[in-house]
Design a protein around this ligand. Structure first.
Ligand code: ADP
Ligand code: ZN
Ligand code: ZN
Length: 818
């Protein structure tokens, strides 16, 4: 009898690949375990076991697997099913899903770079011969490929060896992160075990009576130990006993004290607080909770529409508590950018150490730690807060998913595949687990509200701020008029300047919103009109004053700002437009003595940079915070009473069918940062076009009117949620070939699918990283089968791929493109 194993390789293959295994292996392997397999001429990959069967592949001879890498599956019960749904729905391969969602530490392969781990001290005696060889080699070389390690130990398959070394902390994997993982080792001391015996202890104390300092240390240890069994850090003993490290070391050397280390969990936590746990919901929150539970009973996802500062978080907390009481895991999803320590701390106040955090700024090792805790269903991973990638953790018993700020675009993954929407993928995951989903927002997406109105989702709302705090008072400032009357200083209207002065005088803080980072978007020559362009992409370079550079926001290309125009040589360069940096600079001139801060992508690169700015502002180390849309994300600042929006027009005029919806959301969210305490907050929106309907709807907080108007337009022009959209992007280095290929593809699609094909069209940025781009948009009416349409598209792709001259052209699918 022959046995075979179908595996998922972490590469974009259309089909699963089959290997041969022994009967014994067949009895052991379960789906979701990892196996090391050969692939191609000489590569070794880590693959995921998918299915054991007895049918030999017909097209090729099955090779043997090298090795089984796990004793038990790495995945939870529904994970493969969820990932298959993703691959199918978002038109990519299962291999692409696996390689994108599994932490790369789980997917060592022959090309992976392995580095020495300089952070830990290695006990050479504890290494096997092979392990020692690798360790030695890495003392002389800065990095080795897995393939090279294989040569060193003269064995073909070394993945499990490398896995072991990674686990022991001897080596680490190269990762592209700004901050590398450092294990946090804390040194502790305890009394040697032999003094568990009372007589021995008495003798010791007698003996030490002559060494006063040493006996002081031992007595301190007793005092620290009394009443609890907590480990005692050396530093604490040092402090408590008032003695030096040297004295403690003498005791350790004499074997009276024992030193040991505990690796502190990198995810630190607060103790849960009684006060936080006893919060009672007000009547509006209670009503919302009741409505949500009623919809849950009908197994519907629920949209919670609550104005800013209405206390949605407290409602989520009650839902999580219910879920916890039922013994099930909860997942709290946030847009990446909003993963603030504010929220994490709030949840830890309620749930203490049961909360884990997971997101992309975590190192490989930190992610593996959370992964393993979720897999074990550990106490500390009962509640996971995370960005969209935490949807792929190995939950076994998920009871609830909260999608907070559900309207946020950053829930949609843009690159690489799978290009999924976390909100939609969450609903599918929840249904696999028979769990509940709640989507929360002060400004729901048109999609979700549409689904709620249609009865597909349940609906709950809170239309008042918690604690009778009034909604902010929003006013529009006509800057066209102000400019005409010469009442502008730089980009600040007199009205805004006065409001800032008043706020500062009252000892309160200000947030200024400018939806653009950098100093000035472009530098233009006033003589010949030349604007410096990125050589790789079809965009202008942006000027960054602090580093005096021109930078491309797409590919990272940069150059120093030139003194003279690159085209005509005249020194007449003019910095046009304005970004956050320029606003901050102008502020410095208008309010020279005021401390200001800036929050945008450029100032928040490091792991804790974002948190640092937030706490500095919270602690009132600065009075004015200038920021991009980052400042809109659910932050709760107590002392902010004025929010200024520098210019609402660029957002409104953006050429995209969602521009109006997005502007409404963004402006309402920024405005929501104002006056979250008793005093009514004030918001000033500067615009050249204050009569724009969206600005009127923002000032009157009229979501319903915005929704009705936008839905009407989407009906008229056939856009989601009334149709579904698949965007196909074609990429190639050759401009003519790209055009021809795009034309061919669009025509073939039209032949099969009819007239709901738009394009091919150049995107706003027609060239990125040296590739020319062209888009085709497919609109699929609601009554047409999505699955069948995708099949048709795939068939056309096959014919397309068969045309040899289009071989270099890449196709990228984006289903439900937003
Ligand atoms: P949202 O998420 O809807 O913007 P939050 O959940 O941040 O609102 O609540 C706004 C403020 O009101 C927070 O400071 C929160 O602690 C407080 N709050 C909300 N509900 C309660 C409650 N039931 N009891 C006490 N404080 C509450
Ligand atoms: Zn570029
Ligand atoms: Zn010029």
């Amino acid at each position: 009898m022959e046995y075979f194993l179908e595996v998922v390789l972490p590469i974009p293959l259309e089909k699963l690949f089959t290997y041969s295994i022994t009967q014994q292996e067949a009895g052991f392997i379960q789906p979701g375990m990892r196996v090391a397999v050969p692939f191609g001429k000489s590569k070794i990959y880590t693959a995921l076991a998918y299915r054991v069967h007895q049918n030999a592949p017909t097209a090729y001879e099955a090779k043997e697997i090298y090795q089984i890498l796990d004793d038990a599956p790495l995945l939870g019960p529904f994970q493969l099913q969820h990932w298959e749904w993703l691959a199918k729905y978002y038109m990519c391969t299962l291999g692409e899903v696996v390689s994108s969602v599994l932490p790369s530490a789980f997917l060592l392969e022959s090309e992976t770079l392995i580095l020495p781990n300089k952070e830990t001290s290695v006990d050479e005696m504890e290494l096997s011969d092979d392990e020692f060889l690798v360790y030695e080699a890495l003392r002389h070389q800065s990095a080795l490929k897995v393939q090279e390690i294989s040569d060193i130990v003269d064995k073909k398959n070394v993945l499990s060896l490398v896995n072991r070394l990674v686990q022991k902390g001897v080596v680490r994997q190269k990762e592209e992160l700004y901050e590398q993982y450092k294990p946090k080792l804390v040194r502790y001391v305890k009394l040697s075990e032999k003094y568990d015996d009372d007589r021995q202890l008495e003798e010791l104390l007698n003996e030490l009576s002559r060494a006063r300092k040493q006996s002081q240390v031992v007595l301190s240890l007793f005092q620290l130990r009394s009443g609890n069994n907590k480990p005692i850090p050396i530093t604490e003993l040092e402090k408590h006993s008032g003695s030096s490290k040297a004295v403690i070391k003498t005791l350790i050397d004499k074997d009276i004290l024992k030193e040991y280390q505990i690796r502190q969990d990198r995810v630190e936590y607060n103790e849960e607080s009684e006060e936080a746990r006893n919060i009672a919901l007000n009547e509006h929150q209670s009503k919302a909770l009741e409505d949500i539970n009623n919809s849950f009973a009908e197994n519907k996802p629920v949209l919670l529409h609550g104005v800013t500062s209405s206390g949605k978080t407290e409602v989520y907390v009650k839902l999580i508590q219910q879920c916890l009481d039922g013994g099930r895991q909860s997942l709290y999803l946030l847009p990446e950018i909003a993963l603030t320590s504010q929220l994490i701390n709030r949840l830890r106040d309620y749930f203490g150490h049961k909360v884990s955090v997971y997101h992309s700024k975590y190192s490989i090792h930190e992610r593996v730690e959370v992964w393993n805790n979720v897999l074990k269903n550990a106490e500390k991973a009962q509640i996971v807060i995370g960005a969209r990638s935490s949807l792929f953790l190995p939950f076994s018993n998920l009871g609830l998913i909260v999608v907070d700020e559900e309207h946020e675009n950053s829930f949609k993954q843009f690159d690489p595949a799978p290009r999924y929407h976390a909100r939609d993928a969450a609903i599918v995951l929840a249904s696999l687990h028979k769990a509940h989903t709640v989507l929360g927002s002060a400004t729901p997406s048109i999609e979700s509200m549409y689904n709620a109105r249609k009865g597909k989702y349940g609906y709950a709302s809170i239309d008042q701020r918690y604690g009778n705090v009034l909604m902010p008072d929003i006013n529009l400032v006509d800057i066209k008029e102000a400019t005409r009357k010469k009442r502008m200083k730089g980009h600040f209207s007199e009205t805004l300047i006065n409001a800032i002065s008043e706020t500062l005088e009252a000892g309160e803080q200000v947030i200024l919103f400018q939806n653009r980072r950098g100093f000035a978007p472009v530098v233009e020559c006033t003589t010949c009109g030349h604007v410096a362009q990125c050589p790789n992409c079809d965009v202008s370079l942006t000027y960054h004053q602090r580093i005096n550079q021109l930078r491309c926001h797409y590919c990272g290309y940069h150059m120093a700002l030139q003194q003279a125009c690159l085209a005509c040589g005249s020194p007449t360069l003019d910095k046009k437009g304005f970004g956050t940096e320029q606003i901050q600079e102008e502020l410095g001139q208008l309010f020279p003595d005021v401390a200001t801060g800036r929050m945008d992508l450029d100032t928040t690169r490091g792991k804790y940079a974002y948190e640092k700015i937030i706490s500095a502002f919270e602690n009132q180390e600065m009075d004015i915070l200038v920021g991009t849309q980052m400042v809109t994300k659910g932050l709760d600042f107590r002392n902010v009473s004025l929010v200024g929006i520098m210019n609402a027009d660029t957002m409104l005029n953006f050429p995209d069918y969602r521009a109006h919806e997005r502007s409404f959301q963004m402006l309402t969210q920024v405005a929501g940062r104002a006056g979250r305490t008793q005093k009514r907050g004030k918001v000033l929106i500067q615009s050249y076009n204050p009569y724009h309907q969206i600005l009127q709807q923002v000032t009157t907080n009229d979501y319903d009117k915005m929704f009705a108007e936008q839905l009407y337009e989407r009906e008229q022009f056939k856009y989601p949620p009334l149709v579904r959209i698949i965007k196909i992007t074609l990429k190639d280095r050759d401009f003519n070939k790209l055009n021809e290929a795009a034309q061919w593809l669009a025509e073939s699609l039209r032949n099969v699918l009819g007239h709901q094909i738009l394009g091919p069209e150049y995107p706003p940025v027609g060239r990125i990283r040296r590739d020319y781009l062209k888009n085709i948009l497919i609109k699929i009416p609601k009554n047409q089968s999505l699955a069948q349409t995708k099949n048709s598209i795939k068939r056309i792709e096959k014919s397309f791929n068969a045309i040899s001259k289009y071989k270099s052209v890449r196709l990228v699918y984006n289903v439900d493109h937003i």
